[in-house]
Design a binder for this molecule. Structure first.
Ligand code: OTU
Length: 604
């Protein structure tokens, strides 16, 4: 293995720290990249960018690096609670968001994920996921100075800022794409351009489609390029060519730049799609994992305070590799999307066994990594992630259920696009999918919403609140009125209604967050272990710490009250429900309709 090719900076303290980190991680970086790029001049450029970013890193963030190197489990702490929103829908602008941070603190939030806020293309930008400049903020939201100010306000409150890295593609109006269109060969090589139509067909034969109705196919013919540009998502989102080491280095530089503005977590958007290989489905290829491992090593050298989060909304077997292995770490975090999806499945069917299966499978996660657990996000609920866990016919029925197309369904959602023959995914706010309808009697619907959040907050990981769920905010039925908002996912991207009280949900979620504080068994290093119950509608799982702290979460996925003997499961001793403070007798545990309990030993 080669030594680091450049001299370290004069600053003795920085140089000592860098030298230690380079000793640990430089060989990892090369080991990940050399199989992709061979040995070459790119190594010197890579080293130069790392050094440049290390020198530019502000003092307060360097101090945070040291704190986190000493406590690398910071993102696994039980106190971690997340919140995710579009900036324009929440605070209007970055400045407006800074004025709304009390909302986050009241909910116990320690991790804030604003959806894409970098400068997007004009017109439709897929909600900001078509980035025109990775170093500028969307001028409608503010400036890079506002972003830095938000990051430091958040940090002062103990809240970590998570930013999206839309690493799979750029907007067709990014400078790189414009240069490529103007005929610059260097930038043409930033993208995948296929000249012959039969070659396109050869690729397509193996590829799936993400938006088959609004953006069919995976290629877009671009006359200026005299070829078909690879566009997995919308035609204006051009997939980057990671077979080119310059692309890897440029995106790494973007990560380091944004880390130096104060981002503490990066959500790697569309992570499975990074590497392409003819004859494959181009999802989760081994080379994709090498790219992610290399970014991890780069951050470990320059900004060890920063964590990576994989956005891979696929089956668990494809998600787990993004968490790496002890000797080859990748992301610190990944979305536990199968648990989320199975939770909604349980709410529709009353059968919690698939959720227990997903939780059991999730135990395979490496100990040092963590899940991001959630009830809803800005995307559709993709039922296909449960392929193999729930039969396709049942998934199709669940999809219909949430679209309100099954008699007796409480749900008020809509089906999203899908490939022919595939189960259609689901759009809708959590409250609407749980049956909340403005002006109606929502007692049962709100109990369902509380159940979903209460289970999610008891699982291992960072539980993230999706904006508005804390106020039981419902769908935006008029979403398509806004320009460029015809994609059905805008149904669940309403504007925050600050006047809405939403019933008991806000207090319930704040209480879940509060109860997590300092509870050793809820550290993410203690996974949720499913417990067998006699009734499939009764979910039970345990969180247990080596020190003896233990919590059992019970969730009842039916609309009638019931009482059951759980002495086999709970054993002897007196139990108390943390949520309402009542004593619980193991021989007759009462569950309210859509009921939830967080049980701990009374004097334990
Ligand atoms: C992500 O989602 C974003 O979350 C979406 O909002 C974007 O539209 C998209 O990328 C393009 O940037 O397919 O249906 O396995 O599921 O990357 C959403 C990952 C998506 C994909 C995910 C993608």
């Amino acid at each position: 293995m080669s030594a680091f090719p450049l001299a370290l900076p004069d600053d003795a303290e920085l140089s000592a720290r860098l030298s230690a980190r380079i000793g640990q991680h430089w060989h990892r970086l090369l080991a990940a990249l050399r199989p992709l790029y061979g040995e070459g001049a790119w190594e010197g450029e890579l080293a130069a960018r790392l050094l440049g970013a290390a020198i530019a890193r502000p003092a307060d963030l360097r101090a945070l690096d040291q704190v986190r190197e000493a406590a690398p489990d910071w993102f696994q702490k039980p106190e971690m609670v997340g919140y995710c929103t579009y900036i324009d829908r929440f605070g209007g602008t970055l400045a407006g968001t800074r004025a709304r941070l009390d909302e986050l603190s009241q909910l116990g939030v320690r991790y804030f994920h604003p959806l894409p806020l970098l400068k997007p293309r004009e017109g439709d930008s897929d909600g900001g996921f078509a980035v025109a400049d990775f170093r500028q903020v969307d001028p409608k939201l503010g400036s890079i100075d506002d972003l830095r100010a938000l990051a430091s306000d958040l940090r002062a409150r103990g809240i970590s800022l998570c930013l999206d890295i839309v690493c799979n593609h750029t907007a067709d109006t990014h400078d790189w794409a414009l240069a490529a269109k103007a005929g610059d060969a260097k930038y043409r090589d930033f993208y995948h351009v296929v000249e012959a139509a039969d070659q396109v067909a050869a690729y397509e034969a193996h590829l799936g489609q993400v938006f088959p109705q609004t953006a069919p196919g995976n290629f877009t013919f671009v006359p200026e390029m005299q070829g078909h540009v690879w566009t997995t998502f919308y035609p204006f989102q051009w997939d980057l060519n990671y077979a080119n080491p310059v692309v890897f280095i440029e995106m790494m530089d973007v990560l380091l730049y944004l880390a130096n503005q104060g981002a503490e977590v990066f959500r790697l958007d569309s992570a499975p799609f990074l590497w392409k290989r003819a004859g494959s489905d181009c999802r989760g290829l081994p080379e994709t994992h090498q790219v992610v491992r290399a970014w991890r090593a780069a951050l470990a050298i320059v900004a060890p305070a920063v964590a990576l989060k994989a956005e891979a909304i696929v089956g668990l077997a494809e998600v787990l590799p993004f968490l790496g292995e002890p000797e080859q770490p990748e992301c610190h975090l990944a979305y536990n999307n199968t648990a989320m999806t199975a939770l909604w499945a349980a709410l529709a069917t009353g059968d919690t066994r698939p959720l227990s299966t997903c939780l059991t499978q999730a135990l395979a996660k490496p100990a040092g990594a963590g899940w991001l657990t959630y009830v809803r996000c800005h995307d559709d609920i993709i039922w296909g992630a449960l392929k193999g866990v729930i039969p396709d016919e049942t998934l199709a029925r669940i999809s219909d259920f949430y679209a309100g197309a099954v008699p007796g369904s409480f749900a008020d959602g809509q089906a999203f696009q899908a490939e022919p023959g595939a189960v259609r995914s689901t759009n809708g706010m959590a409250a609407s999918l749980a049956g909340v309808r403005d002006g109606a009697d929502n007692a049962a619907a709100l109990a369902r919403l509380r159940l979903l959040y209460g289970v999610t907050f008891a699982l291992d990981g960072i539980p993230a609140i999706y904006m508005g769920d804390e106020r039981a905010l419902t769908n935006d039925p008029d979403y398509a009125v806004e320009p460029d908002h015809d994609d059905g996912r805008w149904l669940h991207r309403p504007r925050m209604d600050w006047t809405r009280n939403g019933g008991p949900t806000h207090a319930a979620i704040a209480r879940f967050a509060q109860l997590r504080q300092g509870r050793a068994c809820l550290h993410a290093g203690n996974p949720a272990r499913p417990l067998l119950t006699a009734d499939p509608a009764l979910l039970a799982f345990e969180r247990a710490d080596r020190g003896g702290d233990r919590l059992i979460c019970l969730g009842w996925f039916k609309g009638d009250a019931m009482t059951t003997d759980l002495s086999g499961l709970l054993g002897s001793g007196d139990w108390i429900d943390l949520l309402d403070g009542t004593d619980v007798n193991a021989q007759s545990v009462a569950m309210a309709p859509w009921g939830l309990r967080w049980l701990v030993k009374k004097n334990g």
